[in-house]
Ligand binder design. Structure first.
Ligand SMILES: [Zn+2]
Ligand SMILES: [Zn+2]
Length: 349
């Protein structure tokens, strides 16, 4: 866990300690920063879909997570202490962090694509995370926050950055855009598609409450896939033409199938949502319609962070924060997320 050097003090943390469903509030040793590392006192941390996977202890998390592990990766806080050799940040700095710890040495890192690093270590997955009073991270991933960014919003920069990267890659200017998935990223994508000049933005999901938040942030039309046929609705809204661009941000098997029929021939599908299992794919539909399918992961390091910082001075994404809780009450937030009643849950250690 962390740098391996600990002081005598203990801290509160949310951890996966046993190989079964659920998480435990534990007392963990407060980590100390080693060379090139920074100790950050966590002010706020938000819950991500990844944390739900780890809570559920599904196939992916069983194969990836070494227990015990403190989880959580979307956060903000204040630098408490710096290790030897740290030069750019100082105690007291208000920070967040890129959660993909890139190696800086591999081919992808050295050719300007560090978000595709082949040796990547993910915070709260491959090393201890931010659902704790303190976290230690390498200086190279620490991001100095805009001082005017509220503490409750700052943790959202990381997932919002995912949406920025995906919507930029989609190229939405002047386009009819259909977004599958009413989770945080799909909702953020509505705000961004509108901001980047989409002609129309249609959000497809399963939760009325979440869809309404998407509408508040920028969707022109919302389609509830539990009562409506998304493909038929997209055809109707586009006068039969279908969407120019589809962003698949749900990872659901049915959404994937629908995405290929909601996009027009020659259109673009952004593959972002992570599926729980194998997705059966109609490759012939892709071939015969020259559909362009593009995978998108993470954020461009640090291009997306600079863009995110600027966008957050103009866009208010705080309606996506549905719940704010002390870390001790994590169970309430996680259960609301499992029931799709919450969008973003912010925890305060
Ligand atoms: Zn996340
Ligand atoms: Zn690398």
């Amino acid at each position: 866990m962390g740098s391996g050097i600990y002081n005598a003090h203990e801290m509160k943390a949310l951890a996966k300690r046993s190989a079964r469903e659920g998480l435990e509030l534990v007392e963990a040793e407060t980590p100390r920063p080693g060379p090139g590392e920074v100790l950050i006192k966590v002010a706020a941390a938000s819950v991500c879909g990844t944390d739900l996977h780890i809570y559920s202890w599904d196939e992916w998390s069983r194969s990836r997570i070494a227990i015990p592990r403190i989880i959580g990766h979307e956060f903000c806080g204040y630098v408490e202490e710096i290790g030897p050799g740290v030069e750019e940040v100082a105690p007291g700095d208000y920070v967040s962090a890129e959660t993909h710890i890139y190696c800086g040495r591999c081919y992808m890192c050295r050719t300007g694509r560090a978000h595709l690093c082949e040796e990547v270590k993910i915070v709260g997955v491959d090393r201890d995370g931010a659902f704790a009073e303190y976290i230690v991270l390498p200086e190279k991933v620490v991001w100095k926050n805009d001082p005017s960014l509220p503490i409750r919003v700052a943790p959202l920069q990381e997932p919002f950055g995912n949406a920025v990267h995906a919507v930029r890659r989609a190229g939405v200017g002047g386009k009819r855009v259909a977004i599958f998935g009413d989770g945080p990223i799909g909702i953020f994508a509505c705000a961004l598609a509108r901001k980047f000049g989409a002609k129309s933005v249609w959000l497809i999901g399963l939760s009325t409450a979440r869809l309404e938040i998407g509408k508040k942030l920028g969707a022109d039309e919302i389609i509830n896939a539990s009562t409506q046929n998304p493909v038929a609705e997209v055809r109707r809204l586009s006068g039969g033409r279908r969407a120019d661009v589809v962003l698949e941000m749900s990872g659901a098997t049915t959404a994937w199938a629908n995405a290929l029929f909601a996009v027009r021939p020659g259109g673009r599908v952004i593959a972002f949502g992570l599926s729980r299992g194998q997705i059966p794919w109609d490759l012939n539909t892709v071939v015969f319609n020259e559909i362009e399918v593009i995978g998108v992961v993470g954020r461009l390091i640090f291009e997306t962070w600079y863009e995110t910082q600027e966008l957050l001075t103009e866009l208010d994404i705080s309606p996506a924060i549905t719940d704010e809780l002390p870390l001790e009450d994590f169970e309430v937030g996680f259960q609301k997320l499992f029931r799709r009643e919450a969008v973003k849950v912010v925890l305060y250690p």
